[in-house]
Design a protein around this ligand. Sequence first.
Ligand code: DCP
Ligand code: CA
Ligand code: CA
Length: 435
Amino acid sequence: MGAPVAYDPAEMRAAQAEAARLRAACDMLKGAPKSSRDDPNFVESFFSASRLHFIGMWKTRLESLMLSGVIGGPTPNPGPGAQVIFHVDLDCFFASVAESEHPLFSGKPLAVCHSNNAKGTAEISSANYEARKYGIRAGMFMAGAKQLCPDLIVVPYNFERYQEVSEQAYKIMMACSACVQPLSCDEAFLDVTGLGDPFQLASRLRADIQAATGCTASVGIGHNLLIARLATKRAKPDGQCHIQEAEAASAMLSLELSDLPGVGWATSKKLASLGLQSVADLQAWSKARLQAELGDKTGAALWDASRGIDTRRVAPPAVRKSLGAEVNWGVRFDSPQDATRFLGKLAEEVWTRMGAAGVQGRSLTLKLKKRKEGVYNPVKFMGHGICDNLSRTHTFHRPAHSAATIHRAACDMLTSLHVPHADIRGIGLGMSRGL
Ligand code: DCP
Ligand code: CA
Ligand code: CA
């Protein structure tokens, strides 16, 4: 019997975000499976909802590409001067891929969406800059977009191609600098300190990405991460922009408070209650006053951010030590065999992810959400409702070598937890390297 695993808060938040994304996947698949009860392939459907699968997997794939060491760019050379940071972001990524594949579309308003129904509530994933002239934005419903631009060209997703373009762009960035921090499938920070003239480096990087992928990228250049990211906003589309250190504080004035790092919903509300509505308001306050109102840490961080001060470093990925897959939505079992089968699919998903990430695992954790006594119907349809969280960990003698091995160990742990199949509302498997 293993000890329960402690999860750190950042990991928990990541897991919650993942669960939210997966819920969105189910929304996207409306008309498709509603729960594990209706569909024996629920787990595959759940994880292969391609958009979500892609978004969930990009990081794993890119990190293993970076850690494989196949491409070794020059190591930054810190001197006495300031750092030079690039923030690279592909322009209207999914839409650009569509344009590069169909030159006939080029220069016309175009959006990527899984449905072209002009009355529909399908959400736009990416709009090219031509479409943006009509006010079309990502996240907008198709019906609204078609009203703004009846001639809008709507193209479906092409995940294989996004994957290829993303990897090509990353390889070019990795050849530019050994210090690359992936932020998303189309976006990264690079430390290029001491590697040459920043403007020329950025031009070459953008030209190389365009030549290899047919898609344009923009580059923001700054002496820290915050300023580089801000510069990208000015550079877009298909451009580059260097904000100098001396301009940093005044450049920050163009941002909303909610654009500052660490300013979420709660901090925004607090700032509003203090009468602080803009970056300029924030700059007018002393550090001591901000700290008195918001606490030492938050106060100091906001004082810095409002002036464009940022001490973070570009952080390349560290070797991944654990990964997992969990489903806390739509889980309803009619028999113990149902639960066993479900675990089999989950084991396959974990095994696939381990392969993609190049992770070896000796320590397997089963997490269960058990319906709380007396709670029958979760408020949210097919959600997990109020649950007790249970977990068990199994340590293999040597790294798990197949989905079947993982499945067997998971089933043993499930049995030992003695949870009636009908009470299971969520189920997850996590694999780590163990000791
Ligand atoms: N994406 C999505 N749904 C969203 C936001 C983004 O599917 N609500 C996908 C499609 C985007 C890709 O992620 O093309 C990258 O997101 P960005 O925020 O970088 O947006 P774009 O690359 O589309 O445009 P921009 O030129 O503003 O970066
Ligand atoms: Ca982008
Ligand atoms: Ca992006």
